[in-house]
Design a protein around this ligand. Structure first.
Ligand SMILES: Cc1cc2nc3c(=O)[nH]c(=O)nc-3n(C[C@H](O)[C@H](O)[C@H](O)COP(=O)(O)OP(=O)(O)OC[C@H]3O[C@@H](n4cnc5c(N)ncnc54)[C@H](O)[C@@H]3O)c2cc1C
Ligand code: FES
Length: 246
C-alpha cells in the first residue's frame, strides 16, 4: 500500500451517472487486476474505495457510478487537479490459471475490475467470453472498450431485453451451453450468487462492502467465509467461489 497524489488527466462522463477518470503519477503499487484504491474526497472523513479498471506504468483508470456525496464530488473534479489516493489495496484476481476457456461476467459498475483482467488474460492467450450485464440499453457503457481488446465473444445482457440477450447472465450461460474452465465475476450479490450456483467450474468473485480504513485495521468490512472471518479490503476483495458463504 502506498499513499500517492495523482493528477487527473481527464474525468469524463460516459453515460448519465457513470464516469471514467484517468490519473497520472506513481501507480507502482498496483500489481494485479482486481485490486482497488481508496480515494480521499474533500471534506469527507472516509475515503471511497474504487476498483482499478486499468493501469500501466504511470496511469490509473477508474470507472465510477455517482451514488452519493463522495462520487458526486469526484464527478466535479477536472483535469490537472490532484487526488489523494491509497494505492495498491487488496488482493486481485489470479491471472495464471491453467484453464483456456474463460468466462468474465460483470454487472453494472462491476464491469470495472474486469477490464484490465480481460487485457491481461488475452495477453496470456486465453479464450475469453465476456458478459456485460445491465438493466437496460441506456445503462450500457464500456462495451466498445471491451470489444476493442479483441476478445472471442463480448455478450451484452439486459434485464429488459432492450439490447443483446434478455434476462440475466445465468440465462445467457444456459442458452450458450458452453463449457467454461474458469470464471471471474463482479457485480451485485444476487448476480454473483446465481452465477456461482449456475456455473459448473471453479472461479473467483470480487465482493464489496462499506469500508472504513480500506487496509485491514478497522475490521469493518469483515465477512464470514468457509475459512472463517475475512476482511474484504485485506484478504479480498477477490475470493474463490468455494470460499464465499452466501
Ligand atoms: C472493493 C470495492 C471496490 C469498488 N469499486 C467501485 C468501482 O470501481 N466503481 C464504483 O462506482 N463503485 C465502486 N465501489 C463502491 C463505491 O465505493 C461506493 O459507491 C462509494 O464509496 C459511494 O460513495 P458516495 O459517497 O458517493 O456514496 P455514499 O453517500 O457513501 O452512499 C450512497 C449510497 O451508496 C451506498 N453505498 C456506498 N458505498 C457502498 C458500497 N461499498 N457497497 C454498496 N453500497 C454502497 C450507500 O449505502 C448509499 O445508499 C467499490 C466498493 C468496494 C468496497
Ligand atoms: S475497511 Fe477496515 S478492515 Fe476492511
Amino acid at each position: 500500500m502506498q499513499r500517492v497524489e495523482l493528477k487527473i488527466k481527464y474525468n469524463r462522463q460516459l453515460i448519465p451517472n457513470i464516469y471514467e477518470m484517468c490519473l497520472e503519477g506513481d501507480v507502482s503499487d498496483i500489481r494485479q487486476p482486481g485490486q482497488f484504491v481508496n480515494v480521499a474526497v474533500d471534506n469527507l472523513y472516509l475515503r471511497r474505495p474504487l476498483s482499478v479498471c486499468d493501469y500501466n506504468e504511470h496511469e490509473l483508470t477508474l470507472l465510477y457510478k455517482v451514488v452519493g456525496r463522495g462520487t458526486t464530488r469526484l464527478s466535479l473534479m477536472h483535469e490537472g487537479q490532484e487526488v489523494d489516493i491509497l494505492s495498491g489495496l487488496g488482493n486481485g484476481f489470479t491471472t495464471d490459471v491453467p484453464y483456456s476457456n474463460i468466462l468474465l461476467a460483470g454487472g453494472g459498475i462491476g464491469i470495472a475490475p474486469l477490464y484490465k483482467l480481460a487485457k491481461e488474460l488475452k495477453s496470456r492467450g486465453k479464450k475469453l467470453s465476456v458478459a456485460l450485464c445491465f438493466n437496460t440499453e441506456s445503462e450500457i457503457f464500456y462495451d466498445t472498450a471491451f470489444k476493442e481488446i479483441g476478445l472471442n465473444d463480448v455478450y451484452i445482457v439486459t434485464v429488459d431485453g432492450s439490447r443483446g440477450h434478455k434476462g440475466f447472465v445465468t440465462d445467457l450461460i444456459r442458452q450458450q451451453q458452453q463449457m467454461f474452465g474458469y470464471f471471474y465475476a463482479c457485480g451485485p450479490m444476487p448476480m454473483l450468487k446465481a452465477l456461482c450456483q449456475e456455473v459448473n467450474c471453479p472461479g473467483e468473485v470480487s465482493l464489496e462492502a462499506r469500508m472504513g480504513c480500506g487496509f485491514g485495521i478497522c475490521m469493518g468490512c469483515s465477512i464470514e467465509t468457509t475459512k472463517g472471518s475475512q476482511r474484504i479490503c485485506k484478504e479480498g476483495p477477490v475470493f474463490k467461489k468455494e470460499d464465499v458463504v452466501w
